[in-house]
Design a protein around this ligand. Structure first.
Ligand code: NZQ
Ligand code: ZN
Length: 387
């Protein structure tokens, strides 16, 4: 195992009704916050009112940044920074899913950055300082509620880039599974695919010497397989929503990669799809993942896929390795399809025209240390297989 530092500073209040802790937590760190939210779901499902009544109760004043887009845009981040500076705000409260939280992180870090906040993403800078970030999560997917990463899009340049740093972890996150009852089936499915993809990215790594991390990853995958369909069938199934919500945080909060040699593959390819075509992140992942798995399956990797098949899909461990690996990959594809996720890029409205350009850009972010190193040609082939 490699050396590592374990430091996850986010205070998580998990469970129904935990919003009652929000006001006190904010009051201990800020006086006047920017409330960031998306296209209006938080106004319809009561999250906005519940959060605002906490602010009032604790004498915290606020300004608002509404309308943050899925795949949040740099223009929203710039606007948030402007509001914080103009109005002397000293904290950022995100009400929503990963897009809203990532935008809030961009604002919080951009506030102290002396330049265009897009630099943080474009130049992959590590911000040194950020305003305190608070989140009320409304969708189980990205894990942004418990990590230090922000993914921001720039539609003018067809770029979607991330930055990260210790100061970008939320100070406090409220995780109330009941707030996810209103998430539509398509987003619940996309979120489940995203959680599974984060887990795959950590699980399929070149060196297998972290038994705890790998076993945790398998448990998260089994849990997604059990609870994803249940949450879609019965949106107010608390147990299903609670498990998905906690899985989402754990899939990316660091425990699955600490001590491991990990470099992500499918996310880099998907971020290009989102950057060029503005597709739903989890839907893009669902299309690419089984094709990436098929592409990287070889004599060296088949044992890992077979282990995945046994641990997650209950395949007989006595089965020939290659056969088990192939069945496991097929089961992954079938599972995503059973959730109603798209199976091909054409279903997402994506043709082959920009495959090479996207592959080149994905490759530039590095594919040398991935589970199987990939060239531009390899990535084009995977896009092609996904058509
Ligand atoms: O905008 P509103 O009206 O709030 O509606 C949202 C949005 O349309 C809706 N929604 C969220 N919670 C809801 C709800 N609708 C009804 N009831 C609720 N309770 O769902 C739609 C999608 O929301 P979004 O925040 O975009 O989804 P998600 O959480 O999947 O976030 C995706 C973004 O996060 C990035 C993705 O690339 C993408 O930009 N990622 C962030 C990561 C991170 N920070 O660590 C890692 C991930 O790999 C990912 O790249
Ligand atoms: Zn993701």
């Amino acid at each position: 195992m490699k050396n590592f530092t374990c430091a996850i500073p986010t205070v998580v209040h998990f469970g129904e009704g935990q919003i009652k802790k929000l006001g006190g937590e904010i009051a201990a760190r800020a006086h006047k916050v920017l409330v960031v939210y998306g296209g209006g779901s938080v106004k319809r499902n009561g999250v906005f009112d519940a959060a605002v009544s906490q602010l009032k109760e604790h004498g915290i004043s606020w300004a608002e940044l509404p309308g943050v887009e899925p795949n949040p845009r740099i223009a929203s981040v710039r606007e948030g920074v402007r509001l914080c500076r103009e109005q002397g705000l000293d904290g950022v409260l995100a009400l929503g899913g990963g897009s809203v939280i990532d935008c809030a992180k961009g604002v919080a870090a951009g506030f102290y950055y002396d330049g265009d906040p897009w630099d943080l993403s474009a130049k992959k800078l590590t911000p040194k300082r950020a305003l305190p970030i608070f989140t009320v999560l409304t969708m189980a997917a990205t894990g942004s509620e418990m990590d230090g990463i922000a993914v921001i899009s720039n539609p003018e340049t067809n770029e979607k880039e991330s930055f990260s740093g210790p100061c970008c972890y939320p100070a406090v996150s409220i995780l109330d599974p009941a707030y996810t009852y209103s998430v539509p089936a398509s987003q619940t499915a996309a979120g489940t695919a995203d959680i599974m993809s984060h887990t795959f990215e950590n699980y399929f790594s070149p060196i297998e010497d972290n038994c705890l991390a790998d076993s945790l990853a398998e448990a998260i995958l089994r849990s997604c397989v059990r609870y994803g369909p249940r949450a879609i069938e019965t949106p107010d199934d608390y147990e299903a929503r609670a498990n998905l919500m906690w899985n989402a945080a754990w899939a990316i909060n660091g425990f699955l990669h600490m001590g491991k040699e990990v470099a992500w593959s499918v996310h880099r390819m998907e971020h290009e799809l989102s950057a060029f075509y503005d597709v739903t992140h989890g839907a893009g992942l669902a299309v690419l993942t089984p094709n990436w798995m098929r592409y990287v399956l070889n004599e060296k990797t088949e044992a890992r896929f077979a282990r995945y098949g046994t641990a997650v899909w209950g395949l007989d461990p006595a089965r020939p390795r290659r056969e088990a690996a192939e069945v496991a990959i097929e089961k992954t594809r079938e599972f995503f399809n059973s959730l109603g996720l798209p199976a091909s890029l054409s279903e997402l409205g994506i043709g082959p025209e920009r495959f090479r350009e996207m592959a080149q850009k994905a490759r530039n972010s590095g594919f040398d240390k991935t589970f199987v190193p990939l060239s531009v040609e390899d990535i084009v082939n995977i896009y092609q297989m996904s058509l």
